[in-house]
Design a binder for this molecule. Structure first.
Ligand code: CP
Length: 319
């Protein structure tokens, strides 16, 4: 069966998840992003790769970094960007997701960037467009439920490669609420596809999916043990809004056991870097001294996100 994210020539048609994407496509996105960092950093103002194209940002869930960097990326590629305000759109009157999509497609959309609280919503849109003969419209998943956040996974890989140069000799730890995290799933699929030899997950048992080992990771339930000898620490936000029932004794207890402090970070390699996708819960999963310290690359991640999103959109548009 053909990968629904690739067209008949094996090129990127939609970006819905990193799972199942070939390594050469991931590397091609990272390579394409590299020259765009000059545009992201304003050394070059705009390039015309998406001139005449309309990109619709459909964010059914809150966002600061992803929505804004997609908008910046699309504008730097010279696209027209339409940000649908979901709270004041007809979704609030009960219009279905696919009816909204049909109406926006009738306005000659070229690309939908979709964030939705329901896992699978971007897949549903892509399938609907294919079924109705409009698969020239591209769909980018900007985070769906607890399933996937592929551009976050890719910008994290860009950040790791920027600082560590090579994936083939790294030990990477993903720390925290893996169970509810779409970022964790995208990061793990990207790291294993790109050939990182040891990917660790470090979390309490209640915050790990069952059979997480099947994703190709080593499991640790002790942060100090899991951080030993690590090159890259990828922190996760405690996803309070997706938790049902009491999975943790308290936020204070969580910080004591799984919060990243300088003392615990000192167990990793001396040149280890710390990533966090944001938004951060300071004093819950990460101490401010680490978040603002010399090993954190959290704000560079955001800037690289512009270049990576430019790369994805320009590749989808056939460049
Ligand atoms: N990392 C991330 O998705 O952040 P936002 O929710 O602010 O977009």
């Amino acid at each position: 069966m053909r990968n629904p994210q690739l067209n008949g020539h094996g090129e990127l048609q939609h970006l819905l998840t990193i799972e199942g994407l070939p390594r050469d496509i991931l590397l091609s996105i990272l390579d394409t992003a590299a020259p765009f960092t000059e545009v992201a950093e304003r050394e070059v103002k705009k390039i015309p790769l998406l001139r005449g194209k309309s990109v619709f940002n459909l964010f059914f869930e809150n966002s600061t970094r992803t929505r804004t960097t997609f908008e910046i990326a699309a504008k730097r590629l010279s696209a027209d960007v339409i940000n649908l305000n979901i709270n004041t759109s007809s979704t609030a009157k009960g219009e279905s997701l696919l009816d909204t999509v049909d109406n926006l497609a009738a306005m000659h959309a070229d690309m939908f960037v979709v964030r939705h609280a329901s896992s699978g919503a971007p897949f549903l849109i892509a399938e609907h467009l294919a079924r109705t003969g409009r698969d020239h419209i591209h769909v980018v998943n900007a985070g769906d439920g607890r399933h996937a956040h592929p551009t976050q996974g890719l910008l994290d890989m860009y950040t790791v490669r920027h600082y560590k140069k090579d994936f083939s000799n790294l030990v990477v730890a993903v720390v925290g609420d893996v169970l509810h995290s779409r970022v964790a799933r995208s990061e793990i699929h990207a790291l294993t596809t790109l050939g990182v030899p040891e990917v660790r997950v470090i979390a309490p048992k209640t915050l790990l999916p069952t059979e997480v080992e099947r994703l190709g990771v080593r499991v640790f339930h002790d942060l100090k043990e899991g951080l030993k000898g690590v090159d890259v620490v990828m922190m996760l936000r405690l996803q309070n809004e997706r938790m049902q029932g009491a999975l943790l004794p308290s936020r204070q207890e969580y910080f004591k056991e799984f919060g990243l402090t300088q003392e615990k970070l000192d167990l990793a390699k001396p040149d280890a870097i710390v990533l966090h996708p944001g938004p951060m819960n300071r004093g819950v999963e990460i101490d401010s001294a680490v978040a603002d310290g010399g090993r954190a690359v959290i704000l560079p991640q955001v800037t690289f996100g512009i270049a990576v999103r430019m790369a994805v959109m320009s590749m989808l548009a056939g460049h």
